[in-house]
Design a protein around this ligand. Structure first.
Ligand SMILES: [Zn+2]
Length: 63
């Protein structure tokens, strides 16, 4: 008679909370998408710093 049952925790201590896209339900892996709960393909707002394409910056002459 073992009354002390060990609870099996399914949650890993180091596991991150899973977040899914509000629009399409895809699981999100990148921090910005998780923060907004929107995948990159469903997010209407442009993401600065996500894809770093430094365009429209002329090289400084004389360097
Ligand atoms: Zn989505």
């Amino acid at each position: 008679m073992d009354s002390r049952r060990q609870k099996t925790l399914l949650i890993d201590p180091g596991a991150r909370v899973r977040v899914w896209c509000k629009e399409c339900g895809r699981e999100l892996s990148d921090p910005i998408s998780r923060q907004r709960q929107l995948g990159a393909e469903c997010d209407p707002e442009p993401r600065t710093g996500y894809d770093r394409h430094d365009v429209d910056q002329d090289p400084i002459p004389g360097l």
